[in-house]
Design a protein around this ligand. Structure first.
Ligand code: INI
Length: 161
């Protein structure tokens, strides 16, 4: 690390330059009406920041529960600078949704911690349809866009450490 005699702390931020970045997106097809919007938001944000379309790989899985295995495989290939997971889990009348959302997040994080590549959690856990609408381009924005920005920032930050 460079010597710092300025008396100030060293602040290291990733920044948003992304023209050289390679990004993998893993998107669940369950609740496709919503996950398509998350994917659109993520891809649009990545390309606006300079990521080349050919440098974005999109893997489709049946549901959010299937995301962790593909995260693990994609990380093992070491071709991506960041991995984004996208899904929409909407609370239902049974506990099934809770297993899906918890295991999806836990499994993806477990895979991420065993690698040097950031994994960005863009699986939305919505209490109801209105929350799903609000988070896929509605009044709370588009969580796919948020995930894309986090992916760029984390990929750049990792390169600076
Ligand atoms: N998958 C989702 O991505 N979202 C959901 O809301 C959901 N619910 O509620 O059931 C869901 N279930 C499917 C699950 O992800 C698996 O694909 C399935 O259980 C097969 O393993």
């Amino acid at each position: 690390m460079k010597k710092n005699s300025s008396g100030k702390v060293n602040k290291i931020k990733g920044g948003m330059a992304a023209s050289e970045a390679r990004i993998a997106i893993i998107v669940a097809q369950f609740n496709e009406y919503f996950t398509e919007k998350l994917l659109e938001g993520a891809v649009d944000t990545l390309t606006r920041h300079g990521v080349k379309p050919a440098a974005i790989d999109v893997y489709f899985v049946p549901g959010a529960f299937e995301i962790p295995l593909i995260v693990k495989r994609v990380l093992a290939k070491k071709r991506a600078d960041a991995v984004i997971t996208l899904g929409m889990v909407i609370k239902g009348k049974t506990r099934h949704f809770a297993h899906v959302v918890d295991e999806s997040a836990r499994g993806a994080m477990q895979a991420a911690l065993g690698s040097d590549i950031p994994v960005i959690h863009g699986v939305v856990a919505a209490e109801d349809l209105q929350q799903a609408i609000d988070r896929t381009g509605g009044k709370v924005g588009n969580k796919g866009r948020d995930a894309a920005r986090a992916a760029i920032e984390m990929a750049n930050l990792l390169k600076k450490i």
